[in-house]
Design a protein around this ligand. Structure first.
Ligand code: URA
Length: 265
């Protein structure tokens, strides 16, 4: 056992996944898996300082920058897409964000993991899944032979943090998710993953166009398709942190996703 796989086994144990599943051949090749027993705001026109002693002459009121239409987003390259997200004012979430949270990972990844939207930590850092749920996601990736920088790309349905009236994290409203979807759709087209994993309800219903109150418990354990890509739904890591007993089900979902991956080769 090399030190890397030793570390992975340790992480699997920390996740409470029980007997160690070890990968024999390629990353996430399900055919070799042993079954574990059980896881701008409206942009203000900058005020032009009047020269000393002069009355301000003309105040230039500019219209807020128009959000690019979905048809334009659908043709963007990575740089243009990232810029469009950074300046997006398509919904009110832009008014309270610190940073937009675009996505992270290997842009040529075969695996894409899709979460809901940034929380407080992500909003502050501008990077998806950097809080406790992110640590669990990192461990899940590691158990699959993946990492943020190796063969996995991580993005969210919405790119700005949704908060409630008390400033606490909340799920995005359907119209917020809808406004942001063209960005995620373009990210998926650019990455061209082999398999998608929807982490939680928001990702599942947004990608599969299901009723917003669909239950993850009813969606998990089966292979859907987004366009022609296999898509597996599993519990959101934040939910797993609250319901540790569900980790085994999530691991079964990831194994299903690995089988779907293997079936694409
Ligand atoms: N939850 C998500 O869905 N996404 C993040 O980036 C962080 C927490």
């Amino acid at each position: 056992m090399n030190s890397r796989s030793g570390r992975r086994d340790q992480l699997i144990a920390e996740m409470g996944l029980g007997p160690v599943w070890s990968r024999r051949r390629q990353a996430a090749d399900a055919s070799s898996a042993q079954q574990p027993d059980l896881l701008a705001p409206v942009e203000e026109t900058p005020s032009v300082p009047a020269a000393a002693g002069q009355a301000p002459s003309a105040i230039h009121l500019e219209a807020p920058p128009a959000a690019p239409p979905a048809s334009e987003v659908a043709r963007m390259d990575w740089d243009a897409l990232q810029q469009a997200v950074a300046g997006c004012v398509k919904c009110r979430l832009c008014e309270t964000r610190t940073n937009t949270v675009f996505g992270v990972g290997d842009r040529k990844a075969k695996w894409m993991f899709i979460g809901e939207g940034p929380g407080r930590n992500e909003d502050l850092q501008g990077i998806p899944f950097v809080g406790p749920a992110g640590k669990l996601l990192d461990n899940m990736l590691l158990a699959m032979g993946l990492s943020r920088t190796e063969n996995a790309y991580i993005a969210n349905v919405v790119k700005c943090r949704p908060t409630d009236e008390n400033g606490r994290d909340r799920a995005p409203a359907p119209e917020e998710a809808g406004a942001c979807m063209p960005y995620l759709q373009r990210q998926i087209e650019l990455v061209q993953p082999v398999v998608l994993v929807a982490l939680g309800r928001t990702a599942a219903v947004s990608l599969l166009d299901l009723p917003p109150d669909s239950a993850v418990g009813k969606l998990r354990g089966q292979v859907f398709h987004y366009r022609d890509m296999p898509l597996v739904v599993t519990y959101h890591p934040a939910y797993l942190l609250r319901r540790l007993t569900e980790k085994g089900k999530s691991w079964a979902d990831l194994c299903l996703a690995m089988s779907a991956y293997a079936g694409q080769h």
